[in-house]
Ligand binder design. Structure first.
Ligand SMILES: Nc1ncnc2c1ncn2[C@@H]1O[C@H](COP(=O)(O)OP(=O)(O)OP(=O)(O)O)[C@@H](O)[C@H]1O
Length: 487
């Protein structure tokens, strides 16, 4: 649809865009990204015929742009430049109607019924109907941006070139506008080529991205191919982190702030408060967590950790809401607190504090075995959502990779199962050896400072330390529960 073939150009003697070559298909949403000054806007000016090409060609529907007269080019390509100044007090609908000039003929260029209909539809589409009579000089930056986009859309082009279309827009209007454009690419086969500074937005909406560096193409491909940590760090000369979006299959990035302090939370069992009602462990700075907790499951950052005792017959439709009400009662901030529940007597907990192999580790386990299960026969027990029994907390001083977090869960679970075997805990329904209980829960929490830890399987330094500590604490907690011991 639009083909940019080996294009070079710039200003006076200064080359800015160098041998750029790509094509965008009909109905594609194509993003152009790259650092400030890399030549994105200059490339757009060349694509829309505003700036002459030094070499190469830009073609739309197999005809180079210099083969189109002004009006026919305007029916093919509409542009939304980066900065829109308004010196005249045209109203919103007058401004949008200006986009129809390519369709008007005759001396007085009166709008036709079709022009009126198109403008009406687009005003509605862009949520501008209410403000249609206002002068655009009285609009906010974001509102004005929508008016100019409406003007570009009223040209009914095949290709829309947008330079930072979401500039000045708050996130809800960004979403609304980009959803609208995406829809037009899908239903009307509108081709959108857009410059973005926000790589996360570009990754969410674009089919392909073109990453520019110093006037040339550094990389072009799907968001997955372009959103690569090393690639982006090199081009933007910055420290970033790329991660999977938790909700959709579009990679996202984070800028890593330069002010990250090396101060971390100390993991000391003196920070532990134990009562009949709960175990509360509080640290000064948030820890990165991976857990199956009632409140705070998955990955997160928390600094208060609660293991709350409930009766073994406790049932509740919304245990997370129940726990959050408790947080209020205890004065614990909801967004900083992770919580588990257990039917085990929490004062029978066992702990291990280990400082070896360059690791500091605190392990806390609460255990009971009345609902012990052999995982092979889980289905025979039937599912009842009951409070947890063996709750295992593993706190680590170190900087764990995501792989290490998950391996730590595996290692700790194997250690728990080994403890069940050695304590000869059986599944009361089947008489076979139990591997755990029906509602066990686990937490791995790390300071994310100090030594980087890539692996935490059972034969690694961290894994073997976790394995031993969890095994010993689980055996002790099981024995405490048998003896009815109260700590
Ligand atoms: N009219 C001009 N005359 C001379 N040089 C210019 C002109 N416009 C831009 N430049 C230069 O061309 C280079 C590329 O500018 P361009 O606006 O294309 O970059 P960009 O990637 O769009 O940047 P940004 O992300 O900051 O908008 C810059 O060094 C800029 O100073």
């Amino acid at each position: 649809m639009i083909e940019v073939q080996n294009v070079s150009g710039g200003y006076e003697e200064k080359p800015i865009v160098v041998h750029v070559d790509f094509s965008v298909s009909k109905g594609e949403f194509f993003g152009v990204v790259g650092p400030n000054g890399c030549g994105k806007t200059t490339l757009f000016k060349m694509m829309s015929g505003v700036l002459p090409l030094w070499s190469g060609t830009v073609s739309i529907d197999s005809r180079t742009i210099d083969q189109y007269d002004r009006k026919s080019l305007a029916r093919k390509v509409a542009t939304l430049p980066q900065i829109q100044q308004s010196y005249f007090t045209y109203s919103v609908d007058e401004t949008v109607m200006m986009g129809r000039y390519a369709y008007q003929s005759g001396l007085f260029k009166q709008p036709s019924a079709e022009d009126e209909q198109v403008v009406e539809r687009i005003l509605h589409q862009m949520g501008l109907t209410q403000m249609r009579h206002l002068p655009i000089t009285e609009l906010s930056g974001g509102e004005r941006q929508r008016v100019y986009l409406a003007q570009a859309l009223s040209q009914e082009p095949d290709v829309l070139l947008l330079d930072e279309p979401t500039n000045h827009l708050d996130f809800s209007y960004q979403k609304q506008l980009l959803d609208e454009l995406k829809q037009l690419t899908l239903t009307d086969e509108l081709t959108v080529v857009s410059i973005f500074h926000d790589l996360n937005i570009a990754s969410l909406y674009c089919d392909r991205l073109l990453l520019m560096e110093e006037g040339s193409i550094k990389k072009m491909g799907t968001p997955d191919a372009v959103m690569q940590k090393e690639l982006l760090e090199g081009v933007y000369q910055s420290t970033i982190d790329v991660y999977a979006n938790p909700s959709v299959a579009s990679p996202q990035m984070n800028v890593m702030p330069g002010y990250l302090s090396s101060a971390s939370s100390e993991l000391s069992s003196e920070l532990l408060q134990v009562s009949d009602e709960k175990i509360l462990f509080q640290v000064k700075r948030p820890l990165k967590t991976f857990s199956s907790a009632v409140v705070g499951a998955g990955f997160g950052w928390y600094q208060n950790f609660v293991n709350y005792h409930v009766d073994k017959n406790f049932t509740c439709d919304a245990p997370d809401r129940f726990m959050k009400e408790k947080f209020h009662e205890w004065g614990l901030p909801e967004h900083e607190t992770l919580a588990m529940m257990t039917a085990a007597n929490v004062t029978n907990f066992a702990k291990r504090y280990v400082c070896e192999n360059n690791f500091t580790l605190l392990v806390l386990v609460t255990a009971g075995t009345s609902n012990a299960v052999d995982v092979l026969y889980g289905a025979e027990h039937g599912f009842v959502a009951t409070p947890g029994t063996v709750n295992t907390w593993v706190f680590v001083e170190g900087e764990l990779s995501e792989q290490a977090f998950i391996q730590a869960v595996v290692t700790a679970t194997e250690a728990k199962t080994k403890a069940f075997t050695d304590c000869e805990i059986t599944d009361q329904l089947t008489g076979t050896m139990a591997t755990g209980t029906s509602t066990d829960s686990i937490l791995i929490a790390s300071t994310q400072t100090g030594e980087h830890v890539e692996y935490a399987g059972p034969v690694t330094a961290l894994g073997s330390t976790i394995g031993r500590a969890v095994y010993e604490a689980t055996v002790e907690a099981i024995k405490n529960s048998f003896q009815g011991k109260r700590v």
